[in-house]
Design a protein around this ligand. Structure first.
Ligand SMILES: NC(=O)c1ccc[n+]([C@@H]2O[C@H](COP(=O)([O-])OP(=O)(O)OC[C@H]3O[C@@H](n4cnc5c(N)ncnc54)[C@H](OP(=O)(O)O)[C@@H]3O)[C@@H](O)[C@H]2O)c1
Length: 271
C-alpha cells in the first residue's frame, strides 16, 4: 500500500507516526510532501525512514490513499497542484476541518472516492477519536483499509457527513474543553492553600489515573463515581455542591456553540 500526505504538519505527523508505529505500512511506502519546507521533510525521512518528494506525478502514481492535510484555506492551491496528476487508483482522505466532500470533489474535478476524517490532537498519543464519513463510491475493501489506518492512531467513529459537525464539537475540540475544565480545577485547588506546583502535579496524576480507571474498568463512569461516594462522606458533600450548578447545561451551551461555528465555517468555504 502506498500512502501520500499532501501537507506534513502537526496533525499529519500524528497520523503518519501512528501508522508507522502500528507497522501496518512500511515507512518507505509513506510519501510526504508540503508547500516548501524541505528541511522538515528531510528530518522526517531521517527520523522515520519515510519517503518525500515534490514531484506530483511520482507521488500520485500508484498511490492508494492520498491524505489532504493542508489547512482548509490552502486547499484550492493544493487542488490546482495535484489535479493534472490524479489517477483512478487514488482514494482521498481529507483531514481539513469543515470542507464538505462535494466541495473537495468539485475542486479536484475528479470522481475518485473521498473520505473525510475529523481526528483530534490525542492522535499524538494514539488515542484520537476520529469521526469519518465516506463518499458513496468508496468500496467496502477500501473502507476497511481506511478504518484500519485510522485505528493506528486511536478509534474510528463512522457517521453521516452532516454529523461531522457534532463530532468536531464533541471530540475534535473536546481536548480543549477538558483542558479548560482541568485548568479551573487547578485554579480552585490552589485556593485551598497548597502550593500551586503541588496542586498542578497532583491534578495531572489525578486526570491520568482517572482516565486509566475508565479505560481498564468494565463499569460505567456513573458506577465508578458511586463506588467512591459514601453516604454522608466528603465526596458526597462535594458532589452535592456540584449539583447546585447545571453543569450539563453549561456543556450543552459549549457544544452547541462549537457545532454552530463548524456549520458557519463550512458554509463560508461553500461560497
Ligand atoms: N491540529 C488539530 O488538532 C486538528 C484536528 C482536526 C483536524 N485538523 C485539520 O488538519 C489540517 C492540518 O492542520 P495542521 O495543524 O497539521 O496544519 P500545519 O501544521 O500548519 O500544516 C499544514 C501543512 O500543509 C502544507 N501545505 C500548505 N500548502 C500546501 C500545498 N499547496 N501543497 C502541499 N502542502 C501544503 C504545509 O507546508 P509548509 O510547511 O511547507 O508550508 C504544512 O506541511 C487542517 O486542515 C485542520 O483543519 C487539525
Amino acid at each position: 500500500m502506498k500512502i501520500v500526505f499532501y501537507g506534513s504538519g502537526n496533525m499529519a505527523n500524528a497520523i503518519f507516526t501512528g501508522i508507522i508505529n502500528s507497522e501496518s505500512v512500511a515507512p518507505e511506502n509513506i510519501y510526504l510532501t508540503n508547500k516548501s519546507n524541505q528541511e522538515a521533510l528531510e528530518d522526517y525521512h531521517d527520523a522515520l525512514g519515510v519517503s518525500y518528494s515534490y514531484d506530483d506525478a511520482e507521488l500520485l502514481k500508484d498511490a492508494d490513499y492520498v491524505f489532504l492535510s493542508t489547512k482548509p484555506y490552502d486547499f484550492l492551491k493544493l487542488a490546482e497542484r495535484i489535479r493534472p496528476y490524479i489517477n483512478d487508483n487514488n482514494k482521498f482522505i481529507s483531514i481539513m476541518a469543515g470542507l464538505p466532500i462535494s466541495y473537495i470533489r468539485e475542486n479536484l474535478q475528479k470522481d475518485n472516492p473521498i473520505a473525510r476524517i475529523m481526528p483530534n490532537t490525542n492522535a499524538h498519543v494514539g488515542h484520537s477519536v476520529t469521526g469519518i464519513s465516506f463518499s458513496t463510491n468508496f468500496g467496502p475493501t477500501s473502507k476497511q483499509e481506511v478504518l484500519t489506518l485510522i485505528e493506528a492512531f486511536g478509534t474510528a467513529l463512522e457517521v453521516k457527513e452532516d454529523h461531522l459537525h457534532q463530532v468536531t464539537a464533541i471530540t475534535g475540540s473536546g481536548p480543549a474543553f477538558l483542558y479548560h475544565v482541568f485548568e479551573q480545577y487547578v485554579n480552585a485547588g490552589t485556593k485551598l492553600g497548597i502550593e500551586k506546583s503541588q496542586v498542578e502535579e497532583s491534578i495531572k496524576e489525578l486526570i491520568i489515573g482517572t482516565g486509566k480507571m475508565i479505560e481498564r474498568s468494565d463499569l460505567k463512569m456513573e458506577q465508578l463515581r458511586k463506588n467512591i461516594t459514601s453516604k454522608g462522606g466528603t465526596t458526597q458533600a462535594g458532589l452535592n455542591a456540584l449539583s447546585n450548578h447545571d453543569i450539563e447545561a453549561v456543556f450543552l451551551d459549549c457544544l452547541n456553540a462549537a457545532v454552530k461555528r463548524s456549520i458557519e465555517l463550512a458554509e463560508t468555504e461553500d461560497d
